[in-house]
Ligand binder design. Structure first.
Ligand SMILES: [Zn+2]
Length: 298
């Protein structure tokens, strides 16, 4: 019975690889990557670029989107704003991949800057979106509820038609790609982070796409009124610090210094095994500062 349940779970989470996929080795990008600024706008165009192994950056200068590729199909991570969705698709095509070969979509959190383009990417690829249970409602309606600290400051985004639930520790598998889902509530209740392995020649690394960890809110919400939520946030920060994490990419590229770590700049190493620890530490200090400020204002 248990074996059957596992087999069913795998069948649900493994996207079909029936249709032919264009070979994974892409044509080299014809344009040199542009230099993106850390304060770039959400929709400022970026030239797509290689990150590591079969992972490619297909987002804008201001908002990340990654394509993890295989000969049996691809996984898209985040899709930028609604206005940037066509840029993400153009970036995928510029690298020699096909949007139609995306077999699964995953994301960080249900805010318009990262989820606004999901509906279009889903429509054009036919791929399901995998999200944690507490993100299903905002993703499938395009609207958050009061469990989101930023509720009153949020812009709605196009609803995603096909959302599949995935648990903490669950896997999204497409061909040789195997992404692990990590529950990272805090910035939003349904936030998720993702880890996977990538190899280049003889070096394999742990890739980590780690959700936003900023404790920001609208003018009404107070973190200190919700002890359980703050406790979950702290659990997230501890978990992020301990993630398998050689190459960190964040939904806002500047939060992980991405533009200093990839061409054409590369003044900082792409691979940094301490990156998730440092990211979690910075976020912990900002959460503590936020709680102190709320206590002062009381
Ligand atoms: Zn956000």
């Amino acid at each position: 019975m248990r074996a059957l349940a596992v087999a069913l779970a795998l069948a649900i989470l493994s996207a079909p690889a029936s249709a032919a996929v264009k070979p994974a080795a892409p044509a080299p990008a014809t344009t040199e990557p542009n230099r993106c600024a850390d304060d770039a706008g959400w929709d400022d165009p970026a030239v797509p670029r290689h990150v590591y192994g079969n992972t490619w950056y297909v987002g804008t200068c201001g908002i990340s989107a990654l394509l993890v590729t295989s000969k049996d199909g691809h996984v898209l991570i985040d899709a930028g704003t609604e206005a940037a969705a066509s840029q993400v698709e153009a970036n995928i095509r510029a690298l020699g991949f096909r949007v139609e070969d995306i077999r699964a979509i995953v994301g960080s959190h249900a805010h318009s800057d990262h989820a606004g383009g999901l509906a279009k990417l889903q429509k054009d690829s036919g791929a399901p979106l995998y999200a944690r249970a507490s993100a299903v409602q905002p993703l499938s309606t395009g609207n958050a509820d009061r469990s989101d600290p930023q509720l009153l400051a949020l812009k709605p985004f196009p609803a995603v038609a096909h959302v599949e639930t995935i648990d903490d520790g669950g896997h999204v598998r497409v061909g040789a790609i195997d992404l692990t889902a990590h529950a990272t509530p805090g910035h939003t209740p349904g936030g998720s982070s993702w880890t996977w392995r990538e190899c280049e020649r003889d070096r394999c690394v742990d890739m980590a796409y780690v959700d936003s960890l900023s404790a920001v809110s609208d003018d009404v919400y107070r973190y200190s009124d919700d002890a359980a939520y703050v406790a979950a946030f702290r659990t997230t920060l501890t978990a992020v610090a301990a993630l398998p994490c050689d190459v960190l990419v964040t939904p806002h590229p500047s939060a992980s210094n991405l533009w200093a770590r990839v061409p054409p700049v590369s003044s900082k190493p792409l691979i940094d095994a301490g990156a998730c620890r440092a990211y979690a530490l910075g976020a912990t200090q900002r959460l503590d500062a936020r709680l102190a400020k709320e206590a002062e204002a009381k």
